[in-house]
Design a protein. Structure first.
Length: 116
């Protein structure tokens, strides 16, 4: 809840959620609003003032992509679905690789070159 009394609600995409072929973003937001009203019947009529959609980067094979982009020495990629649970380790290894110009063997299975 914001200071002005408005609510920010959201949906986590876990294999469900918005299917662009079947549902518009407004219809999706309306479905979330109805779910909230079912849980908070005293909330009264809720009005949607803004709808924001984002896409989670999930690599094609479901594994992290970590390392320099092939052919682009100054571009380092760190894309992962499990960013929260692995963030401390990934951050340490990525910093080590970028600052020390080294390669961690722990990241060898996750290099961007595997998609070439």
């Amino acid at each position: 809840q914001r200071r002005d009394g408005s609510l920010v609600i959201g949906e986590i995409f876990s294999g469900g959620g918005l299917n662009a072929a079947d549902e518009s973003p407004v219809a999706f937001a309306d479905r979330i609003r109805m779910r909230l009203q079912d849980r908070l019947p005293d909330a009264g009529a809720l009005t949607i003032s803004q709808v924001l959609l984002g896409t989670r980067p999930v690599p094609a094979d479901g594994l992290p992509v970590l390392g320099h982009a092939p052919g682009h020495a100054n571009l380092y990629l760190a894309v992962t679905h499990s960013g929260v649970t692995l963030a401390p380790l990934i951050a340490d290894l990525c910093v080590m690789e970028t600052l020390d110009a080294s390669n961690s063997p722990l990241l060898n299975s996750f290099r961007p070159a595997r998609f070439q």
